[in-house]
Design a protein around this ligand. Structure first.
Ligand SMILES: *Cc1c(COP(=O)(O)O)cnc(C)c1O
Length: 394
């Protein structure tokens, strides 16, 4: 039995995996066990912001392993305080809770919004407004917030009191607001759901609605935050601040860590004993978080994301013009979607065969989440293969 067959028998079949064994990575390239080279245009679903084996990052992690790895949250550590400060600076918010994934960040944010509501109403009967095509994770709370019945169907009963409004339709949100509404949760740029971007006016209207009715605005920047769209947080391009922001994926750049971050108003609702996580924010992952923000802050990384994404956008727009089967391009920065009029699966497979890794977002969107360190030549590599493959559909 070869290793691939062994793998097929070893895991719960929760994923449809490709039949490739990835062995190592360097920079923007991955290599399989046959040393076939792949251009990484998905960064492990928006995680590996600096590609593979990025020296400043792995050096910092190695040093931390030789210093301190885990102590639990009964104690402060210098590195966890530094990481929390970096997150506060990056988000312009006030208090951080470190957890281990995006799903947990969502769960924590939900609990905090509910706690605030409970202190105000002395009753645990709050409601949440989420959006169609959203994605917030896989736990029975986060999957309920995910506005896609496909993910929920088999796993009920889920949490109660969730309504789904239409993105960029403020009236559809208003229709669900009542005195029990505790929170509105939205991705400024939807990832899994197909790269739908919030309009600036819409996010501002949401902010105003939340202020008017004392509702918690939770932004899910698990995928679109930490520099991916060209600013530290995507909401910084919308001139608003959330009450709580949820982070994961790129915040650890490969180490499993998430966070939810609250402003003072909501932070006050949390008391010792309300929430916890054994691993959450241990010294090792906090070194990853601190180093991620150091790199984003110091090495002109965000300027590079802005520049190279402009080039990617211009090249993708040419593809849209050239091919009838390509409907449009959507996205921001290095989080881009190419919307096809045909199912994307065979196109993604052809790209893979040609040595380029992208992912889908739904049935008909090719999603591109390249590492921030890509250069124009890598964009050209993608576009030239994409052109070749799409020509077959002419
Ligand atoms: C990936 C993702 C999540 C869930 O994160 P996990 O780390 O997989 O639990 C939540 N929200 C958004 C927007 C995501 O992209």
């Amino acid at each position: 039995m070869d290793l691939f067959q062994q793998g097929q028998g070893a895991f719960l079949r929760a994923y449809g995996r490709y039949d490739i064994l990835l062995k190592r990575g360097q920079g923007v390239y991955l290599y399989d066990t046959n040393e076939k080279k792949y251009l990484d245009f998905y960064s492990g679903i928006g995680v590996n912001s600096f590609g593979h084996c990025y020296e400043p990052y792995i050096n910092a992690l190695q040093n931390q392993l030789h210093t301190l790895m885990h102590v639990s949250n009964y104690f402060y550590t210098p590195i966890s305080i530094e990481a929390a400060q970096a997150v506060k600076d990056a988000t312009q918010l006030d208090a951080v809770f470190f957890c281990n994934s995006g799903t947990e960040a969502i769960e924590g944010a939900l609990k905090l919004a509910r706690k605030y509501y409970f202190l105000k109403h002395h009753c645990a009967d709050s409601e949440i407004i989420s959006f169609h095509h959203s994605f917030h994770g896989r736990s029975t709370g986060a999957v309920k917030l995910t506005g896609n019945p496909h993910y929920q169907e088999a796993f009920g009963p889920l949490i109660e009191g969730v309504h789904y409004a239409k993105l960029n339709d403020i009236d559809s949100v208003k229709a669900y607001i009542n005195e029990r509404t505790a929170a509105i949760i939205v991705e400024p740029l939807q990832g899994e759901g197909g790269l739908h971007l919030c309009e600036k006016e819409f996010l501002k209207d949401l902010r105003n609605l939340c202020d008017e009715y004392d509702i918690c605005l939770i932004l899910d920047e698990v995928q679109c935050g930490m520099g991916r769209t060209g600013t530290m947080m995507t909401y910084q391009q919308f001139d608003i601040l959330p009450d709580i922001v949820c982070l994961a994926k790129g915040i650890g750049a490969g180490v499993p860590v998430g966070a939810f971050v609250a402003n003072k108003k909501y932070a006050k609702a949390m008391e010792p004993g309300d929430h916890g996580s054994t691993y959450g924010g241990n010294p090792f992952v906090c070194m990853a978080v601190k180093t991620v923000f150091d790199i984003l802050n110091k090495e002109n990384m965000l300027e590079h994301v802005q520049d190279v994404s402009q080039y990617l956008i211009s090249q993708l727009d040419k593809v849209v013009e050239e091919f009838d089967i390509v409907d449009s391009r959507r996205g921001l920065g290095l989080m881009q979607g190419l919307v096809l009029k045909i199912p994307v699966k065979p196109v993604i497979q052809s790209l893979l065969d040609a040595g380029i890794i992208v992912v889908s977002a739904g049935e008909n969107v090719i999603r591109m989440l390249p590492p921030f360190i890509i250069e124009k030549e890598h964009v050209d590599e993608l576009i030239s293969q994409l052109n070749k493959i799409l020509k077959k559909y002419l």
